[in-house]
Write a protein that binds this ligand. Structure first.
Ligand code: SAH
Length: 388
């Protein structure tokens, strides 16, 4: 028998959300942080099983809504389902997100596959007792050469956990893992790179850039290691200019361009805000501008500042675009929903004096697809627009 947590009377839709916040709890189970608990509603009806953590604002993370025993077999089943889903919906690459936390019914767990190596993040206290079971199962199902941990995400602190990195199984990944994404090849540094090494959620949006880049002068701001840049190059761009503030990322961006034989490519290590302003002043122009900044708002409190930031870069990018030019603009801030992002873009277009047509509104690739009714999982928006 698991300890029982009793909920207050909830709005019906909240019953299917994967999290329970402290304020929604009527009676705590008095269990250890990270323990499994049964969740009962105010009528004492069984609602599921989840990870309990009294230190976190997210008091419970649901694992199941059914009467299931959480054991080795349960983990095997969930991890296998997650893999089968990727095998169906992720194509033309050997790098994909195998497990995307809550969206796979595996709260707090991230598993990314880069060629023969796995990179994992354990971001919930409740996962800690299951580390070995999870790693065993990943080896069984995925037969990786090595599993490397990158639990150095700030959200670990919110769970009361220390950051952890290091080799967990098999052999150490090479300095750069070469992955293949559509027609491009990319070097990924899983030890020093951002997040787990690469932004796999943008795969389909990068592919779209390749379709639209032909004969265009392309500016890629917030380029990281050049995923969008090489797609533009492979797609036949006349020239590609990458802008990235981090020196190691900028270096890798150059290496990736070379690896894909993109000869008309240049990386500038700079603050994109400053550079966009400078280019505006100089009256520079481009036929395609890509904006993929880091999340300007990680919480609701930062929303206003984030919107200002999005407006500024989009305004400046729109000014640079030639008639018929294409803007690919992204936001990975969860608190900025699609409506808000579109509205911000509209304000930027108005101030830039440009009429803008929306070609596509897109989200993350299938391996990061959001859960219906869980806005937290719908963080990535990508608007593709053309100026008249
Ligand atoms: N488009 C990339 C991912 C971009 S992540 C891809 O497809 O892989 C955002 C990047 O913006 C990070 O590499 C970060 O270092 C960089 N960055 C953050 N602030 C910046 C700034 N002010 N100017 C330029 N780059 C910045």
């Amino acid at each position: 028998m698991l300890p029982t947590l009793i909920l207050k009377n909830q709005k019906p839709y909240r019953r299917f959300h994967p999290w329970i916040f402290g304020g929604e709890v009527a009676q705590d189970p008095g269990a250890e942080p990270g323990a499994l608990v049964e969740i009962h509603d105010h009528n004492h009806k069984f609602r599921g099983v989840g990870f309990y953590n009294p230190h976190s604002q997210i008091r419970v993370r649901f694992l199941t809504r059914e009467h299931q025993t959480i054991d080795r077999g349960w983990w095997y089943d969930r991890l296998e389902r997650a893999l089968v889903y990727r095998q169906r919906f992720v194509r033309n690459t050997n790098a994909f997100r195998w497990v995307h936390g809550e969206a796979d019914g595996l709260p707090g767990l991230t598993v990314d596959r880069y060629e023969d190596y796995l990179v994992v993040q354990f971001l919930a206290m409740g996962l800690e007792p299951w580390r070995e079971v999870i790693l065993d199962t990943l080896v069984q199902l995925g037969a990786p050469k090595g599993i490397y941990e990158r639990s150095d995400a700030p959200v670990r602190a919110l769970e009361g956990l220390e950051e952890r990195v290091g080799l967990l199984r098999g052999e150490m990944p090479p300095e750069f893992i070469e992955i293949q994404e559509g027609p491009t090849r990319l070097l990924v540094d899983v030890v020093h790179g951002q997040k787990t090494g690469f932004f796999l959620d943008q795969r389909d949006n990068r592919a779209l850039v390749s379709r639209f880049a032909k004969d265009r002068d392309v500016l890629n701001c917030f380029a990281y290691t050049g995923g969008f840049s090489v797609q533009a190059g492979v797609g036949g761009a006349t020239s590609v200019l990458s802008v990235e503030i981090s020196e190691p990322a900028a270096q890798l961006c150059d290496q990736n361009a070379a690896l894909n034989r993109i000869s008309n490519h240049l990386t500038i290590t700079a603050n994109a805000f400053d550079l966009l302003r400078e280019f505006n002043r100089e009256g520079r122009s481009f036929d395609m501008v890509i904006l993929d900044p880091p999340a300007f708002a990680k919480s609701r409190g930062a929303l206003e500042g984030a919107i200002k930031g999005y407006k500024e870069i989009n305004l400046r990018a729109l000014r640079l675009l030639t008639p018929g030019g294409i803007l690919v603009t992204c936001s990975c801030s969860a608190p900025v929903d699609l409506r808000t992002f579109r509205e911000t873009l509209a304000h930027a277009a108005q101030d830039a004096g440009k009429t803008v047509r929306i070609l596509e509104e897109r989200g993350a690739s299938a391996d990061h697809a959001p859960l219906l009714g869980v806005p937290e999982t719908e963080y990535l928006k990508c608007i593709v627009a053309t100026v008249m």
